[in-house]
Write a protein that binds this ligand. Structure first.
Ligand code: A2P
Length: 312
């Protein structure tokens, strides 16, 4: 029997991170407001947004509406937003602007969205006069400098925790071995689903005290992961949806799963989890042996995921 997930993992600040959160990437303003409100009404405690999604205002409106109508205390929710690449040199200002849009006094987690610095300014995807993307090269400005600025933001109370997203192992090592890095990131958010289980990276990050969050847990737009035959079979066996199998597998790994949906019925059903037997759990673990795929891989001009030998 599927039941609504109330599970949490304790992150390295001592806070409790709910194991299922609503993803909001590619949700437009109005869709997003409705999705977030219906998520909170159906029991979600965790909402994930980002500056670059351009929906923080709608997310915040829905959160504040829910807090008011349900008389819920803000402290019962876990809200994440993310620093965009063009704001790498002033994360405090960027976070204050995000909070302004969200209509919140603080977020629970502020993540560096990508380990890539881009030229500052109003344009979120700046380009150079020759049309190429305006990345700042590693020696000009990099994620280490930004992370050190984030460490200084932490005591201001604007966020309860700081973390990283889309970092590979080499970059995490580079961060953790920097003598000026004194705060271990609370979380690492990465693409993760049965086609991209990320076993090594998850084990490494967890061994360092970094909790894992999974974005695109269904394979992003169109949910391609749900067509997998093993998931479909297990869904029949447990009498749940393939999405519930994929989400439950992640939750069983103690990973915070962030399914995105704008459909209230799917939003509610994505909060349900089952306990997979050890054999069935292993079947899902094995899916990537025959079918493996990364869905989100923007062109940053450098290969930021697989170049484990390099950190820049
Ligand atoms: P929709 O928003 O119309 O529900 P991901 O979480 O990997 O980013 O996947 C998001 C995609 O999966 C969206 O296209 C979303 O569509 C779809 N989706 C979300 N939940 C479910 C579900 N339970 N069953 C089928 N598709 C889903």
């Amino acid at each position: 029997m599927a039941s609504a997930s109330t599970g949490t993992v304790t992150i390295n600040t001592g806070a409790k991170l709910p194991l299922i959160g609503l993803g909001t990437w590619r949700s437009s303003e109005e869709e997003c407001y409705n999705a977030v409100l219906s998520a909170l009404e159906s029991g979600y405690k965790h909402i994930d947004t980002a500056r670059i999604y351009e929906n923080e205002a709608a997310v915040g409106r829905a959160i504040n509406q829910y807090l008011k109508q349900s008389n819920t205390d803000r402290s019962e929710l876990f809200i994440t937003t993310k620093l965009w690449c063009t704001d790498f040199q002033n994360p405090e200002k960027a976070l204050r602007e995000s909070l302004e849009r969200l209509g919140l006094d603080y977020v629970d987690l502020y993540l560096m969205h990508w380990p890539v610095a881009m030229a500052p300014g109003k344009d979120l995807f700046p380009s150079r006069p020759d049309g190429s993307k305006a990345f700042l090269n590693y020696d000009t400005w990099n994620y280490l400098q930004t992370y050190k600025l984030l460490q200084k933001v932490l005591p201001l109370g604007l966020t309860k925790a700081i973390g990283i997203s889309n970092f590979n192992k080499a970059k995490i090592e580079n961060l953790l071995t920097d003598p000026e890095v004194t705060v271990v990131p609370a979380a690492l958010q990465i693409e993760l689903h049965p086609y991209l289980p990320q076993f090594e990276l998850v084990d490494y990050a967890k061994s360092k005290g970094i909790s894992i969050e999974a974005y695109s847990p269904l394979g992003s737009t169109g949910a391609p992961v749900l067509e997998n035959a093993t998931l479909v079979e297990l869904a029949k066996k447990y009498d749940v949806s393939a999405a519930t199998v994929a989400i439950s597998w992640g939750v069983q790994r103690d990973i915070a799963i962030l399914p995105k949906s704008v459909n209230p019925v799917r939003v509610a059903s994505n909060l349900k989890v089952i306990k997979l037997s050890a054999e069935d759990f292993q079947l899902v673990n094995d899916i990537s042996k025959t079918e493996s795929k990364r869905v989100v891989n923007p062109d940053w001009g450098v290969d930021i995921f697989d170049s484990d030998a390099t950190f820049n």
